[in-house]
Design a protein around this ligand. Structure first.
Ligand SMILES: [Mg+2]
Length: 182
């Protein structure tokens, strides 16, 4: 695979992970999801899971296996979040390294192409997932509740670089535009 393929998500959700629904997951016949933690599930430095996230996990685990795989090395923080969600986890994953994501997929006992890799970063989450032939889902980062804090220089930089490398940052399949909860 070349760079533009490795950086191309299978699906781009132009909203946070909370807008990924069981319907979407089933539409792509996914049986498991590996979830990034920082800015995918919780803002960076947040110490616990929001009630919205608790609800999301509750409905999603009815249809797929879930694992957390974080590059963060804080056992206290990531462990607490994982325990509050009652989800298994690996930390210190060093994505785009495949090692701990592959381990999570093996624990799920599923073929990699039936597992979604969900994250907010192209050069860690999407790159690692594509290297494993997983179904990669790019979500908008959950950065900060305060609107004034929502600009995201790292993510914007990665999109810019990936476009130079030839990725269109259009999903390979269907594009979901903003999905609003009723
Ligand atoms: Mg992240």
């Amino acid at each position: 695979m070349n760079w533009n393929e490795l950086l191309q998500p299978d699906l781009i959700l132009e909203a946070s992970i909370l807008n990924l629904t069981p319907d979407i997951v089933q539409q792509y016949e996914l049986k498991g999801l590996v979830l990034d933690v920082d800015e995918t599930l919780v803002p960076f430095n947040a110490v616990d899971a929001s009630s919205e996230l608790q609800d999301w996990v509750k409905q999603m685990r009815e249809v797929v296996s879930l694992w957390l795989v974080s590059n963060n090395i804080s056992e206290v923080r990531i462990g607490n979040i994982a325990r509050s969600l009652d989800l298994p986890y690996y930390l210190g994953a060093a994505k785009p390294s495949r090692r701990k994501i592959r381990a999570a997929v093996e624990q799920m006992n599923l073929p990699a192409n039936e597992v979604g890799m969900v994250g907010d970063r192209l050069f860690t989450d999407v790159l690692a997932g594509n290297r494993l032939d997983m179904f990669t889902i790019l979500v908008e980062p959950i950065v900060h509740a305060d609107v004034a804090m929502r600009s995201h220089p790292i993510r914007n930089f990665e999109v810019w670089i990936s476009e130079i490398l030839g990725a269109t940052i259009n999903p390979k399949k269907q594009r979901f535009t903003k999905i609003h909860k009723d």
